[in-house]
Design a protein around this ligand. Structure first.
Ligand code: BES
Ligand code: ZN
Length: 843
């Protein structure tokens, strides 16, 4: 184990302003830089230690207040700690100095630091882009710096590039001067005081949309040539978000302009560089008429998330990476708030229930971790960006917001941001601000949710005149002993209230109509007595959609944990007949799909029949064509139910129609609704063979939006043929799939019901090359669906292999995925053979 102190720079010399001149050479994939950093020497020293990685520093000198130059006599690298140590023959005395360096580096292909991204232009020629991704700790790959979030400084950037290219950085351009040789020096204004991980340089043959003025801030989208028609939605969502957020925070946008840039190769979804937000293309550029509700909402979500960071993260930043949850959880929370205001008809908070549920799936493991967790090395910082940080973090903030009230919560956020602008914080600073505005002991309530892993389940029992609530640590396997202060909203009869359940049981008076977790925002589960659950199922339609969701999700989780019978789950699912919300359907279908993964082959037709019985009436009502004036969510529901009927329900009629609709869509894409075409493609793929596979690959080549590209690649991975699965793995190894997509593609292949086992074998046979096909920081995600490999021998083989061949930096992640796998192996053992009885059991 490493200690944080091993990775923290000495504080003897502190930077306040960087002047950076960077000259990338796209053709030779190199760059040269010079920088002048205003520093304060705090303690007399003869060396300066700062971060640098894969850089060569040619010259380093310190200039004192009188202009005298002291050249470094030694330049040494500590590659393990990612540092450069500059030695001086005389000591540097306290006061103001300038550090001047000249250095070179390479534009790498690892999608981090200063890196190269490529695309084919309209003539089929390869074009090169130079772009950056510095979070968490890769600014040090681009220029020597004090690469820690609390060493904030201002940045004045100049990018020297070919005259026919475009360059952007964090702040507005203030001049562009030819410097000879066909080069132009683009100089950008000085940024606000901010962390190094937020600096960005982007250079390429981009097209730029005309700016939209948002409260005086010019908002633009940059994209590779020919994609202008895909930028309109991003501008609309971005303009809305900028206004909404400035209003919510009650602070103007902290930058001087805002560019949103679609980058063809991008490891993550997007990155909140102040004023120069970078995106994976599919998270920014979208054809609004031909995309599904989900795809459109994804773009709106990502934009809102990154813009939320401009204040929460960029203006106010965590002190160190242990606090990254605050950044990411809050931006996720805010993303939901913003998009919920942008499109109330999308009911984003209901969809958020899936994210909460998936983080509860991880947090119910013994291999979970606290949301806030000590971090020392860069690899540990990287490992923090997971579903606990994002999903659990945002869900517990939402739970707190609903408990405190939206207004008090917002006022607390405003106070926090104003108090700490241009500075750094720890978690307690947020609790203090929320306490000041709400008068509640926020820190006491929240610490259990943040500093310990897991969550409770409330056991509800009847008493003579009411109910008794007692918490118990929920675990899928084994037992836990933690307790929480559980903020509970409830309804009893027609009365609504809130209370905290702590260590001691709590009694609630009232005879019937009990509903706990009112509104469905709690990060806990409820275990009701049989009769209460039956009552709730009877009045299912009168519950809020999110309450219906949690009822199903909790019941399913208990099936997974072996605490509830599948028969009970089926009974609840039966109550869905009248359901109109796609998200509520989706949680039930998710459980059915998991059962379908473990059911004995002989019993599968029976499960399929049950699925058909459940969905077909509503699916028939919706048909294949949207009605005039239909809501987006109804369109999503249609897509979901058709796909469920065609695949999980194995409905032959639906499969035949899907093929026709697919054909029609290829003839005339605008003649088929996007959610319907997505469903049709999914059904054709799941029942397709190599000829369909070839067609998907061709369609991917000619796709005219990033969403279409993703959709066809996903379809290709769904084809249930060994040969096609092999071919896809071959394409990954041959670099015919962008490295940014390799992890999710492999995850899908490994999770595939039929071809997963053979892909697992291929992955083992080509282990090193497979790892090399992905950016290091994304590798772990190829295990995302490995839990579906619950065939006992394969599961054991997977565990054994990963124990022998650990994925670097993914130790915790792997441990969690292996425990999730074990949970599914258990499900298969228990339920696989007796599902037929459960299906038949009418009680
Ligand atoms: N700050 C992150 C990007 C990031 C992730 C940087 C991991 C370094 C390591 C950004 O704000 C983010 O959270 N992006 C998400 C998308 C978002 C909508 C949840 C992502 O990239 O998945
Ligand atoms: Zn984020």
């Amino acid at each position: 184990m490493n200690a944080e102190a091993d990775y923290r720079l000495p504080r003897t010399v502190i930077p306040s302003r960087y002047e950076l001149r960077m000259e990338p050479d796209l053709g030779s994939a190199g760059f040269a830089g010079t920088q002048v950093v205003d520093v304060e020497v705090v303690e007399t020293t003869s060396e300066i230690v700062l971060n640098a990685l894969d850089l060569i520093v040619a010259i380093a000198e310190m200039v004192d207040g009188a202009g005298e130059v002291h050249r470094a006599t030694s330049i040494e690298y500590d590659s393990e700690k990612e540092r450069v140590i500059l030695g001086f023959s005389a000591s540097l005395t306290p006061g103001r100095w300038q550090l001047r360096t000249t250095f070179t580096g390479t534009l790498n292909d690892k999608l981090c630091g200063f890196y190269r991204s490529t695309y084919k232009d309209e003539d089929g020629n390869q074009q090169i882009i130079a772009t950056t991704q510095f979070e968490a700790t890769d600014a040090r790959r681009a220029f020597p710096c004090w690469d820690e979030p609390d060493l904030k400084a201002t940045f004045r950037v100049t990018l020297v590039i070919d005259e026919d290219l475009v360059a952007v950085s964090n702040a507005a351009e203030i001049s562009a001067k030819p410097v000879g040789d066909g080069k132009v020096a683009h100089e950008f204004a000085e940024t606000m005081k901010m962390s190094t991980y937020l600096v960005a340089f982007v250079v390429g043959d981009f097209e730029i949309t005309g700016p939209v003025d948002v409260n005086g801030i010019p908002l633009r989208v940059l994209h590779t040539p020919g994609k202008g028609h895909l930028a309109e939605f991003a501008l609309e969502a971005g303009a809305f978000a900028l206004r909404f957020l400035a209003d919510y925070y009650d602070i103007p946008y902290p930058g001087d302009k805002l560019d949103m840039i679609g980058v063809p190769d991008f490891a993550w979804g997007a990155m909140e560089n102040l004023g120069a937000v970078t995106y994976r293309e599919s998270a920014l550029l979208v054809d609004r008429k031909r995309s599904t509700q989900n795809e459109l909402a994804r773009v709106a979500d990502v934009i809102a998330h990154e813009l939320a960071h401009m204040w929460f993260g960029d203006l106010v930043t965590m002190k160190w990476w242990n606090g990254i949850w605050l950044n990411e959880a809050f931006a996720t929370f805010m993303e939901l708030k913003c998009v919920d205001a942008f499109r109330p008809d999308w009911k984003r908070w209901l969809t958020f229930a899936h994210f909460r549920a998936s983080s509860m799936d991880v947090d119910g493991l013994s291999a979970t971790r606290p949301v806030e967790f000590p971090v020392a090395s860069p690899a540990e910082a990287n490992a923090m960006f997971d579903t606990l940080t994002y999903g659990k973090g945002s869900a517990v903030l939402r739970m707190l917001e609903q408990y405190l009230g939206e207004r008090a919560f917002r006022d607390g956020i405003r106070r926090y941001l104003k108090q700490h602008s241009y500075s750094n914080t720890e978690t307690d600073d947020l609790w203090a601000a929320l306490e000041a505005e709400s008068g509640e002991p926020v820190g006491d309530i929240m610490s259990g949710w943040i500093y310990q892993g897991g969550y409770p389940q409330l056991d509800v029992t009847r008493t003579a005149d009411g109910f008794r609530l007692e918490q118990r640590h929920f675990r899928f396997l084994g037992e836990g002993e933690a307790t929480w202060q559980v903020p509970i909203l409830y309804r009893i009869g027609t009365e609504e209230g809130r209370l905290i359940v702590a260590h001691e049981p709590v009694e609630l008076k009232g005879s019937d109509g009990l509903l706990l977790n009112r509104g469905g925002d709690g990060f806990y589960r409820i275990d009701y007595p049989q009769e209460t659950l039956a009552d709730l199922a009877d009045e299912f339609a009168r519950l809020e959609p999110a309450e219906r969701y949690t009822l199903i999700a909790d019941t399913w989780a208990n099936v997974l944990a072996g605490a509830t019978s599948t028969a009970a789950f089926f009974r609840l699912v039966e109550a869905l007949g009248e359901e109109l919300e796609p998200d509520v359907w989706a949680v039930a279908i998710g459980g059915l799909a998991e059962l379908d993964r473990v059911v004995a082959t002989d019993d599968r037709p029976e499960l399929q029949a049950r699925v058909r019985a459940l969905v077909s009436r509503r699916a028939a009502e919706l048909g294949w064509d949207p009605a005039e004036g239909e809501s987006d969510l109804t369109r999503r529901l249609r897509g979901l139910l058709l796909r469920t009927l065609g695949n999980l329900g194995d409905d032959v009629g639906t499969q035949i129609t899907a093929r026709q609709v697919f054909g029609q869509m290829l003839e005339d894409p605008d003649s088929v609704d996007a959610d319907v075409s997505e469903a049709a493609i999914g059904i054709v793929a799941a029942n397709g063979d190599e000829s369909e596979f070839d067609r998907f690959l061709r369609l991917r080549e000619s796709a005219d939006s990033p969403q279409d590209e993703v959709r066809y690649l996903r379809a290709a991975a769904a084809v249930p043929e060994e040969t096609t699965a092999r071919r896809l793995v071959g394409m990954i190894l041959a670099g015919e799939v962008r490295s940014q997509d390799a992890n999710w593609l492999l995850a899908r292949l490994l999770g595939h019901r039929k071809t997963g086992p053979i892909v697992w074998q291929l992955v083992k046979d080509n282990w090193d090359a497979i790892l090399d096909s992905m950016p290091p920081q994304n590798r772990r995600r190829m295990l995302d669906l490995i839990m579906y490999r619950s065939e006992p021998e394969i599961a054991a083989d997977i565990e054994g292999w990963l124990a022998e061949h650990p994925i670097g930096g993914a130790e915790k992640y792997t441990e969690q995925q292996m425990e999730r796998l074990r949970v599914r192996v258990g499900l298969r053992e228990r339920e696989g053979g007796r599902l037929r009885e459960s299906l038949a059991d009418p009680t």
